[in-house]
Design a protein around this ligand. Structure first.
Ligand code: B12
Length: 260
């Protein structure tokens, strides 16, 4: 029989992959990033600590003292910015980012109701996961980031047929279309979408993203632009809204996403 006496389980069970990351904690990052205003800070903490059961009452309380748009941008979105930093630094992982996003969305829905005429949008983005592809977690994260940056998103979901994407673009005229593919067998849907759009004379940038896709592939067909990570999407969208077309985005890509 094995004798475990004297074994130091602190060493045996140490997760070196985790231990090697960094010494920061959600609290220490929050201290540096959360807003100073106590009302916005309280709202941001609801998102940061994924308190989806209490975010409603906390936002309702904040709305008595602050404007709804400020509660969204300085409270809820500020909290999500901390979450995005924690995710990028491998302190938070996928479950946390999804729960925080849900918490933020509950708060945004509540605050938006109090904005006369609704929240002003920077523009419409149509998002989808490629035909045959069931992987939509990365797309959902990118959608949250676009929404929290002031864009309106039509999320067509996963496994969306090429023709359905084209029909939606014709109907709703977005300034940007995004597609996600995590499988090498599904990424070929993007050039097919692009070809059909070009045939109809539609010049909208088509962002190809997801693990199966790289920059070379995304830029191998007309309209195609690349985004490697969800947080790169809002700055790319901002550049298109300012007037850049898909060729210009390709040229400026390193500059736009630099450091993200
Ligand atoms: C979760 C998962 C699933 C889930 C998907 C659930 C869901 N709702 O998404 C389920 C169980 C359904 C699934 C099924 C299958 N899967 Co799967 N799956 C995965 C897994 C483990 C994780 C993917 C994930 O969500 N990662 C987390 C997210 C956050 O990462 P991400 O999507 O890469 O997103 C990041 C970037 O890519 C980017 N991004 C992604 N989307 C977008 C969109 C925009 C607009 C932007 C800007 C950025 C962006 O930003 C994110 C980071 O910031 C991967 C393995 C892996 N390591 O990737 C396999 C993987 C993708 N699956 C794979 C396969 C093969 C399958 C199946 C075919 C398995 C089978 N034999 O049945 C089936 C699909 C069957 C079908 N056709 O319906 C393969 C694909 C291989 C390939 N290259 O073709 C992988 C790589 C596993 C492997 N190593 O073999 N899968």
């Amino acid at each position: 029989m094995i004798d475990y006496k004297g074994a130091n389980f602190d060493i045996v069970l140490k997760r070196y992959d985790v231990a090697a990351q960094n010494q920061e904690t959600p609290e220490s990052v929050a201290k540096k990033m959360l807003p100073a205003d106590p009302i916005f800070k309280k709202v941001a903490e609801e998102v940061l600590y994924m308190r989806f059961k209490t975010v409603g009452p906390v936002v309702a309380e904040a709305l008595k003292e602050r404007k709804p748009l400020d509660v969204i941008n300085n409270g809820l979105v500020s909290g999500m910015e901390v979450v995005a930093k924690l995710y990028a630094d491998h302190i938070y992982y996928l479950p946390e980012i999804m729960m925080a996003a849900k918490t933020m969305e509950i708060g945004i829905a509540l605050a938006e109701k109090q904005i006369p005429g609704g929240r002003e949008t920077k523009g419409l983005v149509v998002m989808h996961a490629a035909e045959g592809d069931p992987h939509d977690i990365g797309k959902n994260i990118a959608a949250v980031m676009l929404r929290s940056s002031g864009y309106t998103v039509t999320d067509m979901g996963k496994d969306v047929a090429v023709d359905d994407v084209v029909d939606e673009v014709v109907k709703s005229k977005p300034f940007l279309v995004t597609g996600t593919a995590l499988m090498t067998t599904t990424m070929t849907a993007f050039p097919r979408v692009a070809k059909k759009l070009v045939e109809k004379g539609i010049n909208v940038p088509l962002m190809a993203a997801g693990g199966a896709v790289n920059r070379d592939f995304a830029e191998s067909f007309d309209l195609g632009i690349y985004s490697e990570k969800a947080p790169q999407t809002p700055p790319i969208a901002d550049r298109i809204v300012k007037g850049a077309d898909w060729k210009q985005v390709r040229e400026d890509w390193d500059d736009i996403v630099g450091g993200i």
